[in-house]
Design a protein around this ligand. Structure first.
Ligand SMILES: [Zn+2]
Ligand SMILES: [Zn+2]
Length: 364
C-alpha cells in the first residue's frame, strides 16, 4: 500500500492575535447575522480557533498514522493537535522549530510536559513516543531561545530548565549546505537559511508515497515562515556570506514543482521583519515567489492584518500602528477580503487561500 501524507495546519496566527477591547474584526468576536452564510460560520470558527502558526506532517500507512513531524508550537496550538488519522495516543515523532520567537515555541514546555505525563501513565506503546523528544533546529536557536547555552549557563533559552525532555538535533550545517536530512525513510527535510530572527530557517520537505527515495517522484511541501528575505550575503545579517536568490539559482531550483507552499505574509504592503505580498521596489514579495515557483497550491500563513488597509479603489496602504485598523470603512482586512484580493492580484485560477486551523491537505 502506498503511503499518504497529511499536511495539517494547527494554527496560522502571528504573534499578536487579539487585543482585548479592540473593536477591529480580528480582535472582536464576530457577530453572526440571523441567517449566517457558510462564510460567516467559517469566519467565526477561524476566530474561535485562532492559534499561532504551526503545522504537522503525518505519514499514514494502511489507515494508521506511522510518523508525525510537528513544525513549531506557539500558544493555542496544543488544543488543535488532533490529527486526521487514528494513532494510539498521537505520539509526536519529532519537532522542527523554525526560529525562537515565542509565537513559534511558547507551547514547547507544555508539549513536553504533557508527553512526559502520558508516558508515565503508560499511554504509549513501547518505543512509540521517541524520548527525549527530538527537537530539530539551528544551534543558535537552540542555545539562545530553547535549551541551555554551554558557553553561558546563566543564559540560554526559555525552556532550558526542562532540557532533559528534549534531544537537540542540529540543522545548522544542513542549512548552510542546503542539504537534506532524513526524518523517516520516506521523508526528507532541507532547512533553508532565512533572515528574520537570528538563527531562522524555513523548511522544504520531500515525501515519497512509494516509501522509498529511489522509487517515484517525491511530493514537495515548503514551509516558509517566518521570513523577511533569504540571505543576501549581507555582513550585518545572521547568515553572513550566505546568498540565496529565490528567483534564480539553487534555491529557485529546489522550490520548483512544489505540491504545496505554506508561506507567511504578515502584511500586504512592505513592512519590517516579515515578507509582504508586494515586495520593496528592489526586492521581492510573496507575489514574486509564487510567480517564480508556481506551486500547485499555496496557503497563506501568519497574516496579521495589522497596518493593512484595502481602500475602496482597490489600493493598499499602510495604516498607523497605533490605530490598528479600527476604521470599519477601510479596514480591517478579513480573511474573506484578503482571499478576494489575492485572487484578483494573481493569475486566475490560482489555487491560493488563507490557511485556517484544522485545514488538512492530503497527498499520495
Ligand atoms: Zn511568527
Ligand atoms: Zn518570528
Amino acid at each position: 500500500m502506498p503511503l499518504k501524507l497529511h499536511v495539517v495546519v494547527h494554527g496560522a496566527g502571528p504573534a499578536f492575535i487579539r487585543e482585548p477591547g479592540c473593536p477591529c474584526a480580528r480582535c472582536a468576536e464576530p457577530q453572526l447575522p440571523e441567517h449566517p452564510s457558510p462564510q460567516d460560520m467559517a469566519d467565526l470558527l477561524a476566530w474561535v480557533r485562532q492559534a499561532h502558526t504551526a503545522a504537522s506532517l503525518v505519514i499514514e500507512q494502511d489507515g494508521v498514522a506511522i510518523d508525525h513531524t510537528l513544525i513549531d508550537i506557539g500558544m493555542g496550538v496544543m488544543n488543535n493537535l488532533a490529527l486526521p488519522t487514528p494513532a494510539h495516543n498521537q505520539p509526536i515523532s519529532r519537532l522542527l522549530v523554525t526560529h525562537g520567537h515565542l509565537d513559534h515555541i511558547a507551547g514547547l514546555d507544555g508539549l513536553t510536559h504533557s508527553l512526559e505525563k502520558a508516558r508515565q501513565a503508560g499511554d504509549f506503546a513501547a518505543g512509540e513516543q521517541p524520548w527525549p523528544l527530538p527537537v530539530f533546529t539551528t544551534r543558535h536557536t537552540w542555545q539562545n531561545y530553547i535549551g541551555p547555552n554551554p558557553d553561558n549557563p546563566a543564559k540560554g533559552g526559555f525552556m532550558r530548565w526542562s532540557h532533559e525532555r528534549m534531544q537537540f538535533e542540529d540543522l545548522t550545517d544542513a542549512a548552510l549546505s542546503l542539504s537534506a536530512v532524513e526524518l523517516h525513510p520516506a521523508l526528507l527535510v532541507t532547512p533553508i537559511p532565512a533572515e528574520h530572527l537570528a538563527g531562522s530557517v524555513n523548511y522544504l520537505f520531500e515525501f515519497w508515497p512509494s516509501g522509498s527515495q529511489t522509487q517515484g517522484d517525491p511530493i514537495r511541501v515548503a514551509c516558509c515562515w517566518d521570513l523577511h528575505h533569504f540571505p543576501a550575503g549581507q555582513p550585518g545579517n545572521f547568515w553572513k556570506g550566505v546568498e540565496l536568490d529565490p528567483l534564480s539559482g539553487a534555491l529557485a531550483e529546489k522550490m520548483r514543482d512544489l505540491s504545496l507552499l505554506l508561506i507567511e505574509m504578515t502584511h500586504w504592503r512592505p513592512g519590517p521583519g516579515h515578507i509582504s505580498f508586494e515586495g520593496e521596489p528592489d526586492g521581492y514579495g510573496v507575489r514574486d515567489l509564487i510567480t517564480a515557483w508556481q506551486p500547485e497550491a499555496t496557503r497563506i500563513m501568519h497574516y496579521s492584518g495589522w497596518n493593512d488597509r484595502h481602500l475602496p479603489d482597490g489600493t493598499w496602504t499602510r495604516g498607523e500602528a497605533a490605530t490598528r485598523n479600527v476604521n470599519p470603512a477601510t479596514g480591517p482586512v478579513s480573511d474573506h477580503h484578503l482571499r478576494r484580493a489575492l485572487h484578483a492580484a494573481l493569475d486566475a485560477p490560482s489555487n491560493i487561500d488563507i490557511a485556517q486551523p484544522a485545514m488538512t491537505l492530503t497527498f499520495g
